[in-house]
Design a binder for this molecule. Structure first.
Ligand code: AMP
Length: 194
């Protein structure tokens, strides 16, 4: 087990997005390396995923990508990583990313990013996970998601305390206090679903 903590980043695979989001991905990858963390992510070299990985590598982080076989070509698996794990399917990919992470940070992304995020949050809700999940709310990108969770609470589909399953950081630097407080859990199988 690495002595460094690992941050698992979920983010968009699209590169055709506002430059502010691209810059945020690069900056966050740099911060991961500079602050002494390793990166776990979905293994692609495209979009914000690739930008985050490249910046983390350049800043000295060890980077592990986890990509399902069928997506390796489609997403153009990143060949410059310290480790690229090829899985049989999407579920194994998520399980391995989960096991290797100490915390999850969500940069701007789309439907796939949401799937990954909600899977972890629902594990938290079911008591299967205690690893922090932090939205990097770049330019208020995640405000609609926060509003949706508030709507769930207002309509009694979620308990008020369930808001705490997602931490919101308004700056990239503001992500790190949540990660720093998290215990080291990577490499440990703590969840009942594995
Ligand atoms: P996106 O946010 O849609 O650009 O997707 C970002 C990440 O989510 C990529 O690593 C995708 O492989 C993954 N992803 C895309 N679609 C799905 C899906 N239906 N279920 C789970 N993960 C997905």
């Amino acid at each position: 087990m690495s002595e460094k903590k690992s941050i698992c980043v979920f983010c968009g695979s699209s590169g055709k997005v506002d430059q502010a989001y691209r810059d945020a991905a690069t900056k966050f990858g740099t911060l991961i390396g500079e602050r002494g963390y390793n990166l776990v992510y979905g293994g692609g070299r495209v979009g914000l995923m690739g930008l985050t990985a490249d910046a983390a590598l350049a800043a000295g982080a060890a980077v592990t990508g986890v990509i399902p076989k069928f997506l390796e070509d489609y997403e153009v698996g990143h060949q410059g990583l310290n480790e690229l794990i090829i899985t049989d399917n999407m579920h194994d990919r998520k399980r391995i990313m989960y096991e290797k992470a100490d915390a999850f940070v969500i940069l701007p992304g789309g439907l796939g990013t949401m799937d990954e995020t909600f899977e972890v949050i629902t594990w938290t809700q079911l008591g299967l996970s205690k690893k922090p999940v932090v939205l990097a709310n770049v330019n208020g990108f995640w405000d609609p998601l926060v509003a949706l969770v508030d709507h769930f609470v207002a309509t009694n589909f979620a308990k008020p305390e369930n808001r705490n399953f997602i931490q919101v950081a308004d700056t990239l630097e503001g992500v790190f206090p949540f990660v720093t407080e998290a215990p080291v859990t990577h490499g440990k199988v703590e969840s009942k679903w594995v």
